[in-house]
Design a protein around this ligand. Structure first.
Ligand code: COA
Length: 310
């Protein structure tokens, strides 16, 4: 028996910040941002909307989609590097707001790979028989740690939340394999020191190398070949990094998720937000082989291969 995804949900703020808006605020251009990153616009949360609010709205949708009650959840995992405050954890706030009275709660800090770490952790608890349902949320309010004076990073990020309920699925479906990894020696290339700091070149090189390799590793661990893959959902950090992974798997353009133009890089929320949009657009069908792969500050990475469906 494998664990799989029983329901999904997302929340994105209504306020849209376009590349043109950024042109008016700093020395950049719509053309540079599009060509270098693939981003056209991103969502920015207002003052009153903090990380826990976005997490809550995405979670409510995922719980409804899974057809379960909050009191059936055994564990809530929130992947975020932008919690409302260091503690209490966003997951504890969520536990109370949702009325998930039987749930334990913990936050996971693995930057843009946080959702992958969350799902893989949830899988262990479900497959060991410890919990029937684990709620996993990837959520970030990156706008509050963005240095709006630094054009190298300010154009890249957006706010949002994506959620899923992990539970048992039917024989043959669900998460077939995964890989998690870390290389702390690269921590200096992407970190928060009051505001977010990044060495874009170094992160780019690491991401191109690691994303493709992790995708290939999880396919092999699942006993499958590249040709078996129906759909790839890469972390939405930069269209050129995403394209490099897609090409390494030999997939056509339409078999890779692309939401970066609408939302920018929403860190741990990017994979689940993309999943929600792709399901709504009918891009993923039951029994499709789907590969998720993410990377981020740490440096860390994570991927998994699953056969879609309950
Ligand atoms: N608008 C216009 N020009 C910009 C700019 C912006 N927003 N940001 C940088 N530039 C300029 C630089 O000043 C530089 O100009 P110069 O040649 O006159 O010195 C030029 O563009 C190239 O800058 P560089 O930083 O070397 O570009 P790059 O090819 O590394 O691309 C990124 C920059 C950020 C798009 C790319 O490095 C990247 O995507 N890295 C990975 C980032 C990432 O994914 N982070 C999140 C990880 S989860």
């Amino acid at each position: 028996m494998n664990a799989g995804l029983l329901g999904v949900g997302k929340y994105v703020p209504s306020h849209i910040l376009t590349n043109q808006d950024l042109e008016n605020r700093m020395d950049t251009s719509d053309e540079w941002i599009r060509t270098m990153t693939g981003i056209e616009e991103r969502r920015i949360a207002d003052e009153e909307t903090d990380t826990s609010h976005m997490a809550h709205d995405a979670a409510v949708e995922a719980i409804k989609d899974a057809g379960i009650k909050p009191e059936e959840i055994g564990l809530i995992i929130v992947a975020t590097v932008t919690p409302d405050r260091p503690f209490p954890s966003v997951s504890s706030m969520l536990q109370y707001q949702l009325g998930a009275v039987n749930a334990a709660a913990m936050d996971v800090s693995a930057a843009c790979a946080g959702f992958m770490y969350g799902i893989v952790t949830a899988k262990q608890f479900v497959e060991s028989g410890t919990y029937d349902y684990v709620l996993v949320v990837g959520v970030e309010k990156l706008s509050k740690i963005t240095d709006w004076e630094d054009r190298n990073t300010a154009v890249l990020f957006g706010d949002g939340a994506g959620a899923t309920v992990v539970g048992k699925v039917s024989e043959g479906r669900g998460i077939l394999s995964f890989e998690l990894g870390a290389d702390g020696s690269g921590g200096k290339h992407l970190y928060q020191d009051d505001k977010l700091k990044m060495n874009g070149r170094e992160v780019f090189k690491f991401a191109v190398r690691q994303m493709g390799q992790t995708a290939l590793n999880v396919i092999e661990k699942a006993g499958l070949a590249k040709e078996d893959v129906d759909y790839l959902i890469p972390h939405q950090a930069n269209i050129r990094i995403m394209e490099a992974s897609r090409e390494r798997l030999g997939l056509p353009v339409e078999k890779m998720s692309k939401t970066i133009h609408k939302y920018g890089n929403t860190s741990s929320a990017s994979i689940p937000i993309s999943l929600v949009d792709d399901l709504a657009d009918g891009k993923i069908k039951d029994d499709d082989i789907v590969v998720f792969v993410g990377f981020g500050g740490g440096l860390v990475w994570g991927g998994l291969c699953m056969r879609w469906g309950k």
